[in-house]
Design a binder for this molecule. Structure first.
Ligand SMILES: Cc1ncc(COP(=O)(O)O)c(C=O)c1O
Length: 438
């Protein structure tokens, strides 16, 4: 439950009377915010971004450029907060549920994830979500967290810090030697073979930013559930699958799903989420005092600890945040709903299929991303014979193509065709790689 009424109860009489009215400030913000534009064709979608037209942007997954509906929502909230910081924030956070803005954001996100608003924890990014989950787990000495050699720095370090604190251990296993030739069966076999007698938690990454492989999380989660032995909790870093695939996150089968929303979802920079069901939230110990859980605040006032089970809001890190950004997250999810999850995924897949097929024709290129669309999403990782990944990226940049290198011990060049790109741009990027490879 969102924290409610506290601000109202604490307010002086004149304010209290105003608080009984429908939230006029937030209604004014809504009135200032333009309706969603027509997003029925991809040129209209591309027109929402103010990306520098001098470049072709193939690294948009790194951090979002805000599209117009998100910019407008941020601007509306910013203006309202700048005009009335106390009234807008106090009411937006603490008024009744009908006017609680974070709850509206959680509701919008839950609609996209296929879950309940109460299961959505708002965070500033993927990294914080992973850290909150691993530090919150009831790990004890002797427990092991199993993850893979392919996970991101933020994931590995969240596990290392949490296991060190708990006296538990971590172990990393490879799920493949060459992502490009992995299959669902080989991935399931490798994961099951890696589980040891002390394993209590498994950490996986949905779409890998190292190789571009998309793990079949449903199948892996089902295999973990079906095996004999103590039940395991599955934590997923889902940041590069959310907003690029047509999946219902709440049905993937994982226990904790952590993602930033400031990459593929185009939500404001500095926004993210963790999704879990009520039973899994109840397992966690919160790390940071919450500003959105009434029971915690109420218990503090009484000098006790909260008696109710941990919930998503209690794990959401408190302290004031950039509310103009956090609240505008809803606009990004509305934009995705209007574009249609299946349509978005099909477009990203078509552009990535085209990119992979084009690169595969180049004998000097080694693709690290699997060709099948079921085992990949919006990232294409590759190497060019005779050139380091950094040299490839530099030479593409000299042709006004923004690519990136993967920030891992073993690094590759990456092109990430997304909604801001066109088939013509993908063709030009493939041609540029051909020129670069000589
Ligand atoms: C797989 C993966 N996980 C986590 C992160 C960190 O994301 P955030 O900036 O949302 O914490 C990244 C960054 O791109 C990533 O590639």
């Amino acid at each position: 439950m969102a924290m409610t009424r506290r601000g109202f109860l604490a307010a002086p009489p004149a304010l209290a009377a105003m608080a009984l009215m429908p939230s006029p400030l937030l209604a004014a913000v809504a009135a200032q915010t333009p309706a969603l534009p027509d997003l029925s064709d991809w040129e209209a979608v591309r027109a929402q971004f103010t990306l520098d037209p001098a470049y072709m942007h193939f690294a948009s997954f790194f951090i979002a450029s805000h599209p117009a509906p998100v910019r407008d929502a941020i601007e509306g909230y910013r203006r309202a907060i700048d005009a009335n910081p106390f009234l807008v924030i106090e009411r937006g956070l603490f008024e009744d549920e009908a006017h609680n803005v974070p709850l509206q954001v959680q509701t919008e996100i839950a609609d996209y994830l296929g879950g309940r608003a109460a299961d959505v924890c708002l965070t500033p990014n993927t990294t914080t979500g992973l850290a909150l989950v691993y530090h919150g787990l009831p790990l004890t000495p002797g427990d092991e967290v199993l993850c893979t050699t392919h996970d991101h720095y933020s994931h590995h370090e969240s596990i290392r810090l949490a296991t060190e604190r708990a006296g538990a251990s971590m172990r990393k296993i490879p799920l493949f030697t060459d992502a490009a030739t992995a299959s669902t069966d080989s991935l399931v076999d490798a994961l099951l073979a890696g589980i040891g007698p002390k394993t209590r938690v498994v950490g996986l990454t949905w779409v890998h930013s190292a190789s571009g492989i998309r793990l079949p999380i449903r199948e892996l989660a089902a295999a973990l559930r079906a095996r004999r032995g103590p039940p395991l909790l599955l934590v997923v870093d889902g940041v590069h699958g959310l907003g690029s695939t047509d999946e219902t996150v709440a049905e993937l089968g994982c226990d904790y799903f952590c993602a930033g929303t400031h990459k593929w979802m185009f939500a404001p920079r500095g926004t993210g989420l963790v999704w879990a069901n009520a039973e899994n939230w109840a397992r966690l110990s919160p790390t940071v005092p919450s500003f959105s859980d009434f029971d915690q605040y109420d218990a503090w006032e009484k000098g006790t600890a909260p008696a109710s089970p941990t919930n998503a809001n209690r794990v959401s890190p408190g302290g004031f945040v950039a509310y103009d950004h956090q609240w505008a997250t809803a606009a990004a999810f509305r934009m995705h709903r209007q574009m249609g999850r299946a349509r978005v995924a099909a477009r990203i897949r078509a552009l990535n299929d085209q990119c992979k097929a084009g690169l595969a024709e180049n004998r000097k290129v080694k693709l690290h991303t699997p060709m099948p669309g079921e085992l990949s999403a919006g990232l294409v990782a590759f190497e060019v014979e005779g050139l380091s990944p950094a040299q490839v990226v530099k030479q593409l940049l000299a042709r006004n193509i923004i690519a990136s290198t993967s920030p891992y011990a073993v690094t590759y060049a990456r092109l990430a065709p997304s909604l801001v790109n066109t088939p013509e741009q993908v063709e030009r990027a493939v041609r540029a790689v051909r020129e670069v490879s000589g």
